[in-house]
Design a protein. Structure first.
Length: 262
C-alpha cells in the first residue's frame, strides 16, 4: 500500500504541475453570474432534446464564465479528484485536475480540466476537457482534446476529440443549476465522434465510496448513440462533484472517488 500511495502522489504531483497557470477567468464575468443568480431572475433557456442534426443551442456568450461554482460540479482550480476501480478489464486509476488555465472555445471562456487515466499502472489516456458556466449556474461542456496512448507513451489515436464551433460541433448541458428529473440533455454534439446524452433520475441517493459516506447524491443515466448497448450510472454530491461511475449495461466499468486533494 505504501508503494502504491507513493506512485499515486507522484502522479498527482505531475498532473498538478502540468496544470498550473494563471486563473485567467474574468472577475467581472464571475461577479455578473453571482449577481444575476442573487437577483433570482436571469434568463438562461436550455435546449430541448432532439435529433442531433437539428441541435443548435442558442447561447448568450456574454454571460459565461470559467469560474464554475455549480454545487454538484464545482471546478476549483488546483483540486484533484482521485478515482479507482476497473475499466476495460484492468485496474484503473483516474486523476482529474481542475487547472488554473482558461481556454476560449466558441467565443466562451472555459475551465481546462486535465484527466489522466492509468490502466494497470500505465498511462493509457490523457484528456483536456473544457467547461463553462452560464449566468444561471448551469454547466456546459465545450469540448475535449483526448489521446489514447500505447505502453510507451506514444499517441495511438485522438478519436473523440472535438471543439464547439468547429466543423459543426455544438456544446451541451453537463449539469443544471437545479437538476430536473427525467429531462434529457445532449452533453455534446459532434456527429460520429461525440454524442453523449444524460438525464437525472433520482435525488437524495445514499452512497458510500472510499472518500466517504454521502446521503444526498444526485443519480444520472448516461448513454450515447455511438454505443447503443452501453448505459452508465453516475452519482454527484454537492460540494464535491462526481463520486461514482458504474456501467449498468455494456462492458464492466466501475470507478469510485478515493480521495480529494486540495
Amino acid at each position: 500500500m505504501r508503494t502504491r500511495r507513493r506512485v499515486q502522489v507522484a502522479m498527482v504531483a505531475t498532473l498538478t504541475l502540468a496544470g498550473t497557470g494563471a486563473l485567467g477567468a474574468s472577475p467581472g464575468a464571475a461577479a455578473g453570474a453571482a449577481s444575476g443568480a442573487a437577483a433570482g431572475a436571469p434568463a438562461c433557456p436550455l435546449p430541448a432534446y432532439g435529433p442531433g442534426a437539428t441541435y443548435h443551442p442558442r447561447l448568450d456568450r456574454r454571460g459565461f464564465t470559467a469560474h464554475v461554482t455549480n454545487r454538484l460540479f464545482p471546478l476549483r482550480p488546483g483540486r484533484v479528484l482521485v478515482y479507482a476501480g476497473r475499466k476495460d478489464g484492468r485496474q484503473a486509476l483516474d486523476l482529474v485536475l481542475a487547472t488554473g488555465r482558461v481556454r476560449r472555445v466558441d467565443g466562451v471562456p472555459t475551465r481546462v480540466v486535465e484527466d489522466r487515466l492509468y490502466l494497470d499502472g500505465v498511462l493509457a489516456e490523457r484528456t483536456a476537457d473544457y467547461y463553462s458556466q452560464d449566468r444561471c449556474g448551469n454547466v456546459w461542456y465545450f469540448g475535449e482534446d483526448t489521446a489514447s496512448l500505447d505502453r510507451h507513451g506514444r499517441v495511438v489515436d485522438t478519436e473523440g476529440s472535438w471543439l464547439a464551433g468547429v466543423n459543426g460541433a455544438e456544446p451541451g448541458v453537463f449539469m443544471q443549476a437545479r437538476p430536473q428529473l427525467e429531462r434529457r440533455f445532449r452533453q455534446e454534439w459532434y456527429a460520429g465522434q461525440a454524442e453523449d446524452t444524460f438525464r437525472a433520475v433520482r435525488r437524495s441517493v445514499p452512497v458510500t465510496v472510499p472518500a466517504g459516506h454521502f446521503e444526498h447524491a444526485l443519480e444520472t443515466r448516461e448513454r450515447t448513440a455511438l454505443e447503443p448497448g452501453v448505459l452508465d450510472r453516475k452519482l454527484y454530491v454537492a460540494g464535491v462533484g462526481q463520486v461514482l461511475e458504474s456501467s449498468l449495461r455494456g462492458p464492466v466499468e466501475h470507478l469510485e472517488l478515493v480521495e480529494v486533494i486540495g
